[in-house]
Design a binder for this molecule. Structure first.
Ligand SMILES: Cc1ncc(COP(=O)(O)O)c(C=O)c1O
Length: 386
């Protein structure tokens, strides 16, 4: 801990009062909230609270057992059908978290003798899943199809090949080149698994994610998502072919050996999936405002490094510089968390603005101006590294 403190990498322990929304109260300080994944504003929505309380009244609060034994309730069953419907796939399986869905699924789909190609910026749960699987793992350069092609070409002797990627990268706000990736994978006979954690509910006409938006559902065999970000509840899911789900019910250890998440949570998530279908305007408004916000930052001279969605990182360089920008923004009334190693590579510490439907165009233009002031000029990438 001392060496982490000395390197400026001590993790904060903040306590939030009240619900997620446009503003957040952290350690008693009220700030405009750019530090949640509540993209559609459903986390604090009373319609989810009502669905959860109705669900708890009907089925009690605790699930009481793993889904395999007796924890899989009617609420979970309805939720899995709703997810499969939203994604237009045969079936889905709900996990206690998105993290568990990734680790369990990769380890169930790949094993010793197999090869997994993983984007260098993939989420920690994908990295851990790759390690758990005991497959050989190769890392390709971020969103680089030539690098992926070479990597898969080097794994011709593997029993099975799997390509795994976030669709919207949580630290960079960048989007995976899904159509090209599916084409490369198909050429090498590889299975494609995507993690839509930050895209579910936000992208696609129906709101099912970037696979839908890119029109490549046929090229993706394993679709993971979470219920804890835009869906506003908690849990993770895997969706796809009925045979995949049947296999996971036999092999996914986090589904077999962990208690199902509470049925009330499943009921709230099911309600939110209904809202995602009923309220497409929320995602359209969010993405329109995000595009204007990114334009304002570029006009401030900030290099966004390919960010193309509602997650907008501003790279500060050192951990100390990122914390300085966070604090300067907090003084102006904004919570925009600093992200430091190991969540990002050394020298790429950043502040990350996660936008929500709750933010008005005016909130966003005020934040863009405040970021401009906080990072100073000239403001190209790394210029204000400490
Ligand atoms: C890309 C990605 N995948 C998976 C997860 C894990 O999801 P959950 O929070 O539901 O465990 C996260 C959460 O931060 C994430 O960013």
């Amino acid at each position: 801990m001392e060496s982490m403190r000395a390197a400026g990498l001590e993790r904060p322990h903040r306590v939030r009062s009240g619900r997620q929304g446009a503003t957040v109260v952290l350690d008693g300080r009220t700030l405009l909230n750019f530090g949640s994944n509540d993209y559609l504003g459903y986390a604090g929505d009373v319609r989810l609270t009502k669905a959860a309380s109705k669900g708890a009244c009907a089925e009690g609060f605790g699930a009481g057992a793993s889904p395999l034994v007796s924890g899989h309730s009617l609420a979970h069953e309805r939720l899995e059908r709703a997810i499969a419907g939203l994604l237009a796939v045969e079936n889905a399986l709900v996990f206690p978290s998105g993290f568990a869905a990734n680790t369990a699924t990769i380890a169930a789909v790949a094993g010793s003798g197999d090869f997994v190609a993983s984007d260098e910026r993939n989420h920690a749960s994908i990295i851990d899943g790759c390690r758990l699987s005991r497959a050989e793992v190769g890392i390709y350069a971020h969103r680089d199809l030539a690098s992926l092609d070479r990597l898969l070409g080097s794994a011709k002797l593997a029993r099975r090949r799997l390509v795994v990627t976030d669709t919207l990268f949580s630290m960079d706000g960048t989007i995976a080149p899904l159509a090209g990736l599916c084409e490369v994978a198909e050429r090498h006979g590889a299975i494609v698994m995507v993690d839509e954690a930050h895209a579910t509910g936000v992208f696609g006409d129906r709101g099912s994610g970037l696979v839908e938006a890119a029109g490549c559902a046929d090229g993706v065999q394993v679709r993971v998502g979470t219920l804890s970000k835009a869906v506003g509840a908690a849990g993770g899911f895997v969706a796809g072919h009925a045979k995949l789900i049947e296999w996971l019910r036999h092999k996914a250890r986090a589904w077999i050996f962990s208690t199902a998440h509470p049925p009330a949570v499943a009921a709230a998530a099911e309600r939110a999936i209904g809202l995602i279908l009923e309220e497409p305007l929320r995602r359209r408004e969010l993405l329109e405002r995000a595009a204007s916000f990114r334009e304002s930052l570029v006009a401030e001279g900030i290099d966004l490094g390919g960010a193309a969605a509602q997650i907008v990182p501003v790279v500060a360089g050192s951990a100390e510089a990122a914390c300085g920008v966070q604090e300067a923004l907090a003084v102006e009334g904004f919570f925009v968390p600093a992200i430091r190693p190991p969540s990002v590579p050394q020298g790429r510490s950043l502040v990350r603005a996660s936008l929500s439907w709750h933010h008005s165009a005016e909130d966003l233009s005020r934040l863009a101006a405040a970021i401009g002031r906080a990072v100073g000029r000239p403001r190209t990438r790394g210029d204000f590294a400490g």
